[in-house]
Ligand binder design. Structure first.
Ligand SMILES: [Zn+2]
Length: 245
């Protein structure tokens, strides 16, 4: 979930002014795509190379750290488990819905105060698009808050409810035992990368004229977005891109 002003600007620039690109534009697009592929291969390849070279040393040190603190995390998890009397559904709901939603509103609540008042200058001076939404229009802000709350309560929450039995069937997500250190590391790296790729390409897909007109346009109504606009989207986009991906 993220705001995408820069990607958007770059993409619109790439698209040029018309829907039918001329041969020159198409050639430069191809070159641009090829350049991107080469850059991605270089960055990922270098990362993998460095990781492979230092794998044993790095994992040994991290394993030492995890070994030293592993008991700590396991005992905290055990405490949480017994506090909720082994009710794994409550733990799942807390971890996937309550804590992320509270974090979203607490952090954005602070930024909303800044956006609504235009103060303190210590923070507003770092605005990227100066003079826009500074301070933000109350009616526009209320409508955005309503949309984001609707997406969280009526779309994210039911999806989490539906996902629980499926995740339980595929392997218990809230069992008493924490996963091993290597597994955590692998999942963090792999899923982080996967999410970036899926998020980027699904976003590009939503810029297809048909999808843009009917779905994605809503997300870009705010041309100078604020924090909560990361979840300001059409219901279809929220379900597909913000929750599934
Ligand atoms: Zn977009």
């Amino acid at each position: 979930m993220g705001s995408c002003g820069n990607t958007e600007a770059r993409y619109l620039k790439m698209r040029g002014s018309g829907d039918q690109p001329n041969p020159g534009t198409s050639q430069s697009q191809e070159r641009h795509v090829w350049d991107s592929v080469k850059k991605a291969a270089f960055i990922l390849g270098s990362g993998l190379f460095v990781f492979a070279a230092f794998r044993n040393t790095v994992t040994w040190h991290l394993q030492q750290f995890w070994g030293a603190s592993g008991d700590f995390w396991q005992s905290q998890w055990g405490k949480a488990h017994s506090y909720f009397q082994g009710n794994e559904w409550v733990l799942f709901l807390l971890g996937t819905m309550v804590i992320p939603t509270m974090s979203f509103w607490i952090l954005n609540g602070f930024l909303l105060i800044v956006d609504a008042t235009g103060k303190p200058q210590l923070i507003t001076r770092y605005r990227i698009q100066k003079g826009k939404n500074d301070p933000v229009e109350p009616a526009k802000l209320q409508q955005a808050i309503r949309t984001v709350a609707f997406n969280q309560v009526f779309l994210s929450l039911p999806m989490v409810v539906v996902m629980y039995p499926i995740m339980k069937w595929r392997g218990n997500p809230c069992g008493t035992e924490l996963p091993t250190f290597h597994w955590v590391l692998l999942e963090l790296c792999f899923l982080g990368l996967l999410e970036e790729v899926f998020f980027y390409y699904s976003h590009r897909l939503f810029h297809h004229p048909l999808l843009y007109r009917h779905i994605h346009k809503k997300h870009h109504e705010w041309t100078a977005p604020i924090g909560i606009i990361s979840l300001y989207a059409h219901p279809v986009e929220h379900v597909v891109r913000d929750v599934c991906i």
